[in-house]
Design a protein around this ligand. Sequence first.
Ligand SMILES: Cc1cc2nc3c(=O)[nH]c(=O)nc-3n(C[C@H](O)[C@H](O)[C@H](O)COP(=O)(O)OP(=O)(O)OC[C@H]3O[C@@H](n4cnc5c(N)ncnc54)[C@H](O)[C@@H]3O)c2cc1C
Length: 485
Amino acid sequence: MKQLEADVVVVAAGVAGLAAAIAAAEKGVKVIAFEKAATTGGTGNMGMGLLAVESRLQRLKQIALTREEAFEIFMEYTHWRVDARLVKAYIDKSADTIDWLEAMGVEFFEPFAYFPGANFTWHIVKPSSGRKEAEVAAFMMKIMTDRAKELGVQFLLQTPAKKILKEGGRIVGVIAEDKSGEAIQAKAKAVIIATGGFGNNPDMIKKYTGYEWGRDLFSFRIPGLAGDGIQMAWEAGAGATEMNMEIIYGLPEGDPLGALNTAFRQPTLLVNLLGERFMNEGIIGNTTFTGNAIARQKNRCAFNIFDEATKKYFEEIGFDSLSVVFPFTKIDDFDAELKQALAQGYEHIFVADSLAELADKTGINPDALQKTVDEYNKACETGRDEIFNKKPRYLRSVKKPKFYAGRLFPGGYGTLGGIKINYKTEVLTKEYTVIPGLYAAGTDACAIYGDSYVFVLPGNTMGFAVNSGRIAGENAAEYVKTIAK
Ligand SMILES: Cc1cc2nc3c(=O)[nH]c(=O)nc-3n(C[C@H](O)[C@H](O)[C@H](O)COP(=O)(O)OP(=O)(O)OC[C@H]3O[C@@H](n4cnc5c(N)ncnc54)[C@H](O)[C@@H]3O)c2cc1C
């Protein structure tokens, strides 16, 4: 078996792993990072930006949110059912982390809010093109990788860690396997786990969250995210946390549909299979709340319905609900995009000449649908939604064919939680005792949201990944120095 030696081994080089590796190496210890994929960056390569509070960029924009306020929002949102010290440590570090990233060469746009009413905490990475678009955080991943290499971090790509080694209660290294199948033993005084959760493991998703991928959940499945780090940590004695999906919603695999997808993310009429409304469609931009609401309907699905007049409004005037992630303000030719999607066999958009036909095609209860549409059209006429108090500007009647419906399901960025840590990111047993030398960061240990992603403070998961990774790297390096004395 090949032998390697380091002070700190980082298991994975995604967002949290890179932050951990840099932070540890900056403290002068020797770091090896094992990464399963052929590239570094993990899911971070698909994201846009991270949370910070009281950053330099927020000061420049006169965004007045303080750390104390953000902490309060966080804890009230989660009903204090999460580790307050960990939340505090993360929020308190977040502004300094923006400075830290900028010093490496990462640039940011001004901070954004994901949806109306959210806080302006989302620091979107500015790529060299200057274009604000999906996946720009890949630039940050590249810069972080370069910085780690400059500090002497050794990356072993396509070399997943398989087991954590423990002797006399202390962590002493890992076993990994290179792409030829050869085992590697890497001795280390500390190990940091950051393997990004189990978003590509439908069995674990079913077992720990209850969702059945492909039936009532269509979350992102990032190759390689199989729950390895969580399993390895549990085997090494780590306690388990609550585990959830980072729920959002959408048309299954709707992203390639472009502007057509955005047409079915508008605050138009939303009904369930019973033909009833179930939420104020005006808040559809809060994708976590919408995903939650859809998840509690029959078959965990819902239908976004509009008529020909609204379709024309989307073409001529534009969309009511705009998003940084889906950068379409209108749809130029709805029929052409629809024809293309249907020709490709897309099964989640329906067109009908009558409401009865729409009910027949979608499986929505026909009588209830007619009743709901009648009630809803009355609300559109009077400007008063008696059921959910939806804002009048979003009340668009459903009157004249054709009628269109998009079938929405819960989606998700990935999973949340698994490994029990404290606010220093030290891994704890189920008895709350520290496992000396073992740390965890990012999604594997992200159990700070309770039952729902704290999207009111956007950029939260990447923010937690970078900041918890940084905290883990710093503490692991200090620990290594302490035990060397
Ligand atoms: C489309 C999309 C957009 C997103 N946008 C945002 C955003 O704008 N803001 C935000 O806050 N969040 C966003 N997120 C979520 C965010 O990207 C993740 O929360 C973040 O990347 C988690 O970091 P992590 O280090 O825990 O995991 P990851 O970044 O996923 O890294 C995990 C790494 O572990 C590796 N790995 C797995 N098993 C092993 C093993 N056994 N050995 C070695 N390596 C292993 C994987 O290959 C991967 O590289 C987005 C997610 C998606 C899917």
